[in-house]
Design a protein around this ligand. Sequence first.
Ligand code: PGA
Length: 256
Amino acid sequence: MKTYVVGNWKLNFTVGESSIYLHKIQKKIPNYRDIEVVVAPSTLALQSLSLQIDRHKMKLAAQNAFYRDFGAYTGEVSFEQLRGLVDYCIIGHSERRYIFGEDDKTIQKKVAAALRNKITPILCIGETESERAFGETADVIRDQLMSGLSDVSEEEIEKVIVAYEPVWAISSVKGAKLASPDEIGDAVKMIREILKEIYGAKTAEKVAILFGGSVNPSNAGGYLTVPGVNGLLIGGASLILDEFTDIINVAKRVKS
Ligand code: PGA
């Protein structure tokens, strides 16, 4: 399986800045065939970056999209409209869940819409600090995963990526803490078990599971060696050229 290094730029960079930054990343990294480098710029920049990107080196992801293909949905962008522009879409990021009120049903429909439009969903799941404190981590992981995947068939699941992102470890969250490799290992094991229950052991092994939460060049190697972790979803550090490319090089060193 490939190793994924996904940079989520969130609400940062103008279209011009995104283009300059993409150019710099592409100049700095070689074509690592076993490392899938993905960046998720603002929706506004996707059109121009899709023309600029060297797809041998990198791929594009959307940060969000709406689950209906067309219609009276003012202000939305659909997966159908993103088809051909992006290979991936981040779905169910905690900022979408908690700032924009996306519920499990919405996320389930978005996962299905992405697959219908040949876009690989990166389904984010993870507990908040208080859910962890109340011992609800396992339940939250199960609920978010099961509902996110409710419309996903056995043939489709291999095209889905799951990202475990404990909300309390995301760098922009107040008082964020670093997740320990053991904590990540336990969660990833749970995710893999649930995938096995639904899709069988052989298929479950083919699903990539990423970790995200305050990843930087110094902890990336440790996180990538947690059993079952197939890549990283990176926020803050993906905005800094040297940090992002260092993480890509760490991934290459650790995983190949
Ligand atoms: P972070 O963000 O790497 O800045 O913690 C991760 C994310 O929100 O996906």
